[in-house]
Design a binder for this molecule. Sequence first.
Ligand code: ZN
Length: 289
Amino acid sequence: MRIAGIDIGGTSIKAGIFEDDQLLHKASAKTPFANPDGVVSAIARMIDGWDVQSIGVGTAGSVEFLHDTVCASNLGWTNVKLKSLLEQHLGIPVFVDNDAQAALLAEWKNGACKGAQCALYLTLGTGIGGAMLINGKPFRGRNNLGAEFGHTIVRMNGPKCGCGRRGCFEYYASATGLRRLADGRPVRDIIDAAIAGDPCMSRVFNQYVRDLCIGLNNLIMIFDPEIIVLGGGVSGAGSFLADKCQKELRRIFSRTTDPLLCEIRIATQKNDAGIIGAAMLAPEIKQNR
Ligand SMILES: [Zn+2]
């Protein structure tokens, strides 16, 4: 059976055609902003001639199952019925989920949390995207709006977040939060300077890790995961980030009677993770609908 995995991001749409887990073909196109029909046409062009029988899509934004809608500020979408649009245009079954869920599935298949029963995924990017697997299956909540770790509140009456709440985790622990601590310096610069031992950027990075670990502590206490996988821009710091998080969490846990049984790992499936994970969503069409 031929399956297409589609990854819709703010700048590009990527497509992969898979058969029996083998990647046969890849394509990409620029994402037209605020133009869902343009996205549908681009996907149709990318899979044309490949005899695809079903499609899994991982998209930026939140994907609500009850009304089949996608809201994504960096695509300029509000309540876009992406699944219906694609199914009407292409005449084959489509499964749509958010891109963090697709990335987590790719890590679960052959990456940082391969085969784990309970794993969480956080994208440390412009905001914080989240996804989780419980008992080896994606856990989506009632309307697929769960795992929005970025909008859990970590400071009472903190600064206002884009979502309207105050003191959200992503205000502090996203890549944007890291840049804010360094007066807007690019994330890669901050990481490189901290790794090189620059005192000022080391202080900035350590502060960032403390803020990140407040949220990670909360997630560990709620879900008791085996592994938390960190992806997105800040995860470019690699083991420098993972080791610091593990150390900070051990410091937090050492004050308690709870053992720290969770590992923090960096995402390993970089380039094709979006399309591999999205293709893994396609077989869920029958199970979940
Ligand atoms: Zn928020």
